[in-house]
Design a binder for this molecule. Structure first.
Ligand code: NOJ
Length: 506
């Protein structure tokens, strides 16, 4: 079993705009994040992944990058980013940043140049006639420019797709990787990793993409232990696994697990499938319950249909938040006990629910506008974190700041602030802290052995360290096997594990 950090660590996802506001303008920033590094250290994570921090008009929350070698002024400066990296490293926390190779911003130097100079349009996909492709955010995937040509954008019109047939694009991104590796980042999360190449009839998973990642892997390896994490949404496990061959990306997000309903047979199927996909190629699995694109688990698990559905299909369907909260606690212990890496999306450790009643006027996700309001978009999982105090902005900004956070926080979050939860031993925050601490010594990289225990509604397995995880997804309490209970997601009943509860035993 390899001991390399990236095979088993807990990675905390920071959505910078919504994490902590250091300068009092209502937007999270690097100053806010630096100030909260002790919180993250105490939480017990091993790495931070930041969503794009580059200069951006924010047409898609920063996934419209105007300059890959600088920092968005609302977030701070390049010098501050370097300080942040150094401070995180002092605390033994790795830093992973987002790289967005599929598309750029209409405000990037390259695109502005392409508009005025036809000779450099081959960096993008300009055509005299559009085809019938639809944008993933709704509407056509083509937008016309003043001289009559059209350019391709798989996402918003502000996000023109790069043309990866052009060697200049390869050179550019290889240089961008080096730029940030030279500044100490420990890895990249590769946005839309399967979309780079286009053919006449497809823009997904074309074989040429693998040569790009082989080259990137050489670059990462030349710096020592730096890693590449793929955002690869592919239903076909065999195709998915190709991205994780030993000379390509190190890991990829497990979206099957994230989308899986709260159902014992389905969860077991996904876990087995994940292990069967990863083990033969030696790549560590990852376990993801949420991120900045999906409904928060507390809300999702409280619904009658507990799958994650794209396009906001389940938005606003009734959710029993108490039930969802109980299940989210159990799911956290399950995810953290499984072999491989685990992700924690900011606010997950506070048990925040999805904010489903944002006023339409404040919604910023392009999915909302481009679907004509049919899709509420992803703002509901991006609401600024509640840190302390009794009312909004809940310590999101500096003490005397009167700025309103860029999305409004629900009043009810007074019970969910980090401050309130730190003082409550039974809180979600303290569950995450305890679990992450145990996980560091007893879990992470490796394998599992299923235990035949409690019938089909129970997931039970043991890990190399001897730690046993039992999750009860049925409707009756389950007798626990012998052993000391190290941690449980809820109170036990006479030594039995109640429904929607998980326990770790030694
Ligand atoms: C995936 C990112 O996670 C999402 O937030 C973004 O909108 C798309 N890629 C386009 O970059």
């Amino acid at each position: 079993m390899s001991q390399t950090w990236w095979r088993g660590t807990a990675i905390y996802q920071v959505y910078l705009r919504s994490f902590a506001d250091g300068n009092g303008d209502g937007f999270g920033d690097l100053a806010g994040l630096r100030g909260r590094l002790p919180y993250l250290k105490e939480l017990g994570i091993g790495a931070i992944w930041l969503n794009p921090w580059y200069p951006s008009p924010m047409a898609d929350g920063g996934y419209d990058v105007a300059d890959y070698r600088d920092i968005e002024p609302v977030f701070g400066t390049l010098a501050e980013a370097e300080k942040f990296i150094a401070e995180a490293h002092e605390l033994d926390i790795k830093v992973i940043i987002d790289v967005v190779p599929n598309h750029s911003s209409t405000e990037s130097a390259w695109f502005k140049q392409a508009l005025s100079d036809r000779s450099v349009r081959e960096r993008f996909w300009f055509r005299d006639e559009p085809n019938d492709w639809k944008s993933i955010f709704g509407g056509s995937a083509w937008t016309q420019v003043a001289d009559g040509q059209w350019y391709l954008h798989l996402f918003a019109p502000e996000q023109p797709d790069f043309n990866w047939e052009n060697p200049e694009v390869h050179r550019e991104f290889e240089d961008v990787l080096r730029f940030w590796f030279d500044r100490g980042v420990d890895g990249f999360r590769v946005d839309s990793a399967a979309l780079l190449f286009k053919s006449e009839d497809s823009y997904e998973d074309l074989d040429a993409v693998h040569d790009v990642y082989r080259r990137w892997r050489e670059i990462a390896d030349s710096y020592g232990e730096r890693i590449l994490i793929g955002e690869v949404w592919l239903p076909d496990q065999e195709r998915f696994a190709r991205y994780l061959r030993p000379d390509e990306l190190h890991t990829a997000f497990n979206f099957d697990f994230l989308s899986c309903p709260w159902d014992p047979a389905e969860l077991r199927r996904v876990i087995d499938l994940t292990l069967a996909t990863h083990t033969p190629i030696g790549a560590p699995p990852t376990w993801v319950l949420s991120n900045h694109d999906v409904t928060r688990p507390v809300t999702r698990y409280g619904r009658a249909d507990t799958t994650f559905a794209h396009g906001g299909a389940l938005h606003g369907t009734p959710s029993d938040l108490e039930l969802g909260y109980r299940r989210a606690r159990a799911a956290a212990l399950l995810a953290m006990a499984l072999p491989g890496c685990v992700y924690v999306y900011q606010g997950e450790e506070l048990g925040l629910p999805e904010v489903e009643n944002l006023p339409d006027a404040v919604r910023q996700d392009p999915m909302y506008a481009r679907s004509g309001g049919a899709n509420p978009g992803r703002d509901g999982c991006r609401v600024p974190l509640p840190w302390s105090g009794e009312e909004p902005p809940f310590g999101f900004g500096p003490a005397m700041s009167t700025a309103t956070p860029w999305l409004p926080q629900p009043e009810a979050w007074r019970k969910l602030t980090a401050e309130a939860q730190a003082a409550d031993l039974g809180s979600m925050l303290n569950l995450y802290r305890s679990a992450l601490a145990l996980r560091r010594d007893l879990l992470g990289d490796g394998t599992l052995t299923w235990l035949p225990l409690g019938g089909p509604d129970v997931l039970a397995f043991t890990r190399e360290s001897g730690l046993t995880c039992v999750v009860n997804l049925g409707s009756e309490p389950v007798r626990l096997p012998p052993g000391e209970v190290l941690l449980a997601s809820g109170p036990l009943e006479d030594g039995s594990l109640p429904p929607d509860t998980a326990a770790w035993l030694s």
